[in-house]
Design a protein around this ligand. Structure first.
Ligand code: IMP
Ligand code: MG
Length: 259
């Protein structure tokens, strides 16, 4: 289970209390009617897993942890679109606030990438084709990383500046959710070839899944059960990004927006 400062890879002092950032498998969630949400999603959602206010409060603390760890240096924040855009925007906002209001400050640049996915014929392997980093405007049409609720195979990085500009930089990758971890491992190994000075990964969510390759981000918002979740920019076939809370989609919703 990840530590509050971001990931189980960090040793926790013996005898320290259990980390409560993990949402348990039997957590029933919140009734949708306790909150407001877009009425066009009425009937498509099972329950609220994490309300928007809690997400934002957690991100505030993550920003503090990040500042404490790496706030002394210039930072290149690399937002993985589209799912990471809300998390990235709120995280950067909190990092800016801390910088403004204390002696600690961080100088930040923000860049955005997308990962194009392909279903590799006869293969489950994930790899990144990095030779063809191109501006979004010049790229071919691209699909989303997942189709329905399944991750897809091969991927390509699209957008952002030339990857070589990351050489010698301190990079913070900001991602929405780590499932199996294959996406992030592939992205990391690709970015490492450009020799940044440091790479850290912040993911708002990490799933407990038997398919996990045990990749753990340095900073984790919440560990969640193995459920398909939407909202706060996480999508199902491009729907639900306009939902503030992180919710569990129901079978009706899956059918309605299936492609
Ligand atoms: P991984 O390679 O299995 O770790 O998958 C990570 C990627 O799959 C994320 O960046 C998301 O784009 C997508 N993904 C995984 N789980 C979910 C989910 O529950 N909701 C929305 N997207 C998801
Ligand atoms: Mg993502």
């Amino acid at each position: 289970m990840p530590s509050p400062r971001g990931g189980p890879s960090r040793a926790r002092p013996p005898g320290s209390p259990p980390w409560r950032g993990g949402i348990k498998d039997d957590w029933p969630g919140y009734d949708l009617n306790l909150f407001t949400y877009p009425q066009h999603y009425s009937g498509d959602l099972e329950y609220v897993l994490i309300p928007h206010g809690i997400i934002v409060d957690r991100i505030e603390r993550l920003a503090k942890d990040i500042m404490k760890d790496i706030g002394y240096c210039d930072l290149m924040v690399l937002c993985v679109l589209k799912g990471g855009y809300k998390f990235c925007a709120d995280l950067v906002e909190h990092l800016k606030n801390i910088s403004r209001n204390s002696d600690q400050f961080v100088s930040m640049k923000v860049d955005f990438i997308r990962l194009k996915s392909y279903r590799a014929f006869g293969s489950n392997r994930v790899s990144l084709i990095t030779a063809s980093w191109r501006p979004l405007s010049g790229s071919r049409s691209y699909g989303s990383l997942s189709k329905n609720d399944q991750s897809m195979g091969e991927m390509q990085i699209i957008g952002g500046e030339d990857l070589s500009t990351l050489a010698g930089k301190n990079v913070l990758i900001v991602e929405d959710v780590v499932g199996t971890g294959r996406t992030m491992r592939a992205l990391l190994s690709s970015i490492r070839t450009y020799r940044p000075n440091m790479i850290k990964v912040a993911s708002l969510l990490v799933k407990r899944t038997p398919r996990s390759d045990s990749f753990r981000p340095n900073y984790v918002g919440f560990e969640i059960p193995n459920l398909f979740v939407v909202g706060y920019a996480l999508d199902y076939n491009e729907y639900f990004r306009d939902l503030n809370h992180i919710c569990v989609i129901n079978e009706h919703g899956k059918e309605k927006y299936r492609v």
